[in-house]
Design a protein around this ligand. Structure first.
Ligand code: SAM
Length: 221
């Protein structure tokens, strides 16, 4: 069972990125793992609605303030890669945002995204508990800082709703993987991490907690 979303992401990015790539980190926040691919990325643009967070991001060449639910201030066909790490769950109009990602992709470009899977029973429960309680779990369990916990909508956060939103946005899947990452919520509580690993071990693949996927434009190469 795959339990390391970063290892899966690395494989998908390795396949998606060619030397000389121009990349967009959609919802870049304070940090981006695209920094590990700078040997292939000649220009890295970060977009985020949180200017305070994104302006601290040391890895992007340029920060552009934009609301992904509204649109992207770029010409058609600007990027070889659009990357979104734990952003889809925060979008109120994911189909529209994904159609924008598709619009700014060059022919042969890829979208690589990671997002939460609410088909996972624990994620489904987690999405229904009050945000203050979620904050405490993320802070005490995963060690997240309060400022990095954003409101969630989960509009495209099951295997089927994400497939619908990406297809509606003009993307077709290259690879979709389901990764067991619940143990991250127990990063500071080792016994909880072990329990969460065992819990996910018993679930069918499509119910694992994190979706890691790569897409290309419909009809593209
Ligand atoms: C969980 S953080 C992930 C940040 C970063 N991708 C990372 O890997 O650390 C979600 C990010 O998405 C951004 N975001 C959420 N909704 C957005 C929207 N509608 N438009 C632009 N950015 C948005 C937040 O401001 C935040 O930086």
């Amino acid at each position: 069972m795959e339990t390391d979303h970063v290892a899966v992401e690395r494989r998908l990015l390795d396949d998606a990125l060619r030397p000389g790539a121009v990349a967009l980190d959609a919802g870049c926040g304070r940090t981006t793992r695209l920094r590990f691919f700078r040997d292939r990325i000649v220009r890295l643009v970060g977009v985020d609605a949180d200017a305070a967070a994104a302006s601290e991001n040391p890895s992007v060449d340029e920060y552009v303030h934009a609301d992904l639910d509204v649109g992207l201030p770029f010409e058609d066909g600007t990027f070889d890669l659009v990357y979104a790490n734990f952003v889809v769950e925060h979008l109120s109009r994911p189909e529209h945002a994904i159609a924008e990602w598709r619009r700014v992709l060059r022919p042969g470009g890829r979208v690589v995204l990671l997002t939460s899977n609410r088909a996972n029973p624990a994620m489904a429960v987690g999405g229904r508990i009050p945000s203050r309680a979620r904050l405490v779990i993320k802070r005490r369990g995963a060690g997240a800082a309060d400022r990095d916990v954003y409101p969630t909508h989960y509009r495209a956060n099951t295997p089927s709703s994400l497939a619908e939103a990406t297809a509606a946005g003009g993307l077709e899947p290259v690879v979709v993987e389901y990764v067991a990452t619940l143990h991250r919520y127990g990063a500071r509580v080792p016994l909880a991490a072990t329990g969460l690993r065992w819990f996910e071990l018993g679930l069918p693949a499509r119910r694992r907690s994190t979706i890691v996927a790569s897409y290309r434009a419909v009809g593209g190469v």
